[in-house]
Design a protein around this ligand. Structure first.
Ligand code: ZN
Ligand code: ZN
Length: 408
């Protein structure tokens, strides 16, 4: 990828993504393979006034070796120093960037029980970190950079090098880093998302009814005082940031016990090194009561059984079928991109900021207002070209929100 575009991308992440403040510390979680871009981010951050930049190196292949060969009990342990690492930077007000670039099928030979157990252990140990991040106390941003195994999965018909080039092209377009001035392009994009969000907030629908020819027929109740978010958010200090680059969604939370009917997936879900594909979920009073999956049924089953809240929804997100990422017609096998090409839901924890005063409420108060809690938060895609979503207001009035996959 051309050096000028890479620099623009790095600036976009530092300035628009986390909106780094003077003398702020930046923590970057990066796969080893993405080291050149992590270093470029680090240099860009120092030039923008960072106090320090700390890189948390990750290695997919070492994790795989550990998953295959370590004794069972290590998956129930989380080292204290690692928890302290996240918490100490969180408490000093650092910003967090993570580079999501895993091989989507990295762990397919691993016993799914180990994967879900390890995920649960880490989520329990990092509860305080997850809560602060999900209520947007600190700025954070998830981005992607190609790696060979990931690119090969997305573009299987070409050589690895060619696949990496193509994935770079697709990412650069999706994140608007190829614009003359990406920061300006994002300002325009943020305005468009704000308009959608404002319309939905003013509407305060009581129910959304989803219907599609693939069999989807689902009603989702939205709790009183729900807030649609999208584009930028403000952190605990009032500093604007963008948590995902790219982002095309506007989202809120469902009432935990208000989801009924069946929904079919429209894209495979890459979850912790495994693919879950062609699946459907049937809900009764919010809970998944039955499900099917042509691929990855065992991992889906374990995911839903993580804890009580994992079998309920925590996010409702609207993305037009006709959006830049979707129009690229590339299946990324990476949720950061696939969720931004499709209407989606998430299993598990809801963002507390999606309900009035949510960031100030205790876990019990949130629960009493219908906000789901869980150790997991996993997005899955349901948008199709023919998806219809009807908004039903408290007085019964029906308003088309989506027609033929796009905002009506
Ligand atoms: Zn989402
Ligand atoms: Zn989500």
């Amino acid at each position: 990828m051309n050096e000028t575009i890479l620099r623009k991308y790095a600036e976009l992440v530092v300035k628009t993504g986390i909106n780094l403040q003077d003398k702020q510390t930046l923590v970057i979680s990066s796969p080893l393979e993405c080291a050149p871009f992590a270093r470029l981010l680090s240099e860009t951050a120092f030039k923008a006034g960072a106090r320090d930049v700390v890189i948390n190196w990750l290695d997919d292949l070492s994790s795989k070796i550990r998953f295959l060969h370590a004794p069972d009990e290590v998956f129930d342990e989380f080292p204290e120093w690692r928890r302290d690492f996240y918490l100490s930077y969180l408490r000093e007000g650092a910003a967090f960037v993570s580079i999501s670039a895993s091989d989507p099928e990295l762990l397919k030979e691993v016993n799914p029980d180990r994967i879900v157990r390890a995920q649960k252990t880490s989520n329990i140990a990092l509860t305080e970190y997850r809560e602060k991040i999900m209520s947007h106390q600190n700025s954070w941003c998830v981005i992607s950079v190609p790696t060979k195994p990931w690119a090969a999965k997305v573009f299987p018909a070409v050589s690895e090098d060619e696949a990496v080039d193509r994935l770079w092209d697709a990412i650069v377009k999706a994140v608007r880093a190829d614009a003359a001035n990406p920061v300006d392009a994002w300002n325009r994009h943020k305005t468009q998302l704000r308009e959608r969000r404002d319309f939905l907030n003013a509407s305060q629908f009581k129910l959304l009814h989803y219907k599609s020819a693939n069999g989807t027929d689902l009603t989702v109740e939205l709790p009183a005082g729900h807030i649609w978010m999208g584009g930028s958010k403000n952190n605990g200090k009032g500093v604007e940031f963008i948590a995902n680059i790219p982002t095309e969604e506007v989202f809120t939370l469902p009432k935990k016990t208000g989801v009924n009917g069946t929904v079919f997936s429209s894209k495979p879900l890459a979850y912790n090194g495994n693919l879950i594909a062609d699946f459907s979920l049937t809900f009764k009073d919010g809970k998944v009561v039955s499900f099917t999956a042509k691929q990855g049924k065992d991992i889906l089953e374990k995911l839903l059984a993580t804890d009580e809240g994992a079998a309920y929804l925590g996010e409702v997100a609207l993305v037009p079928y006709d959006s830049p990422i979707s129009n690229a017609k590339i299946l990324f096998y990476n949720t950061l991109f696939d969720e931004n090409a499709s209407c989606h839901f998430a299993f598990g924890k809801a963002y507390p900021t999606c309900i009035q005063d949510g960031a100030k409420l205790s876990p019990e108060e949130l629960a009493s207002r219908g906000v789901n809690d869980s150790l997991v938060h996993v997005d899955f895609m349901v948008g199709t070209a023919d998806l219809e979503i009807t908004g039903i207001a408290a007085d019964g009035r029906q308003v088309p929100v989506f027609k033929n996959g796009n905002f009506a």
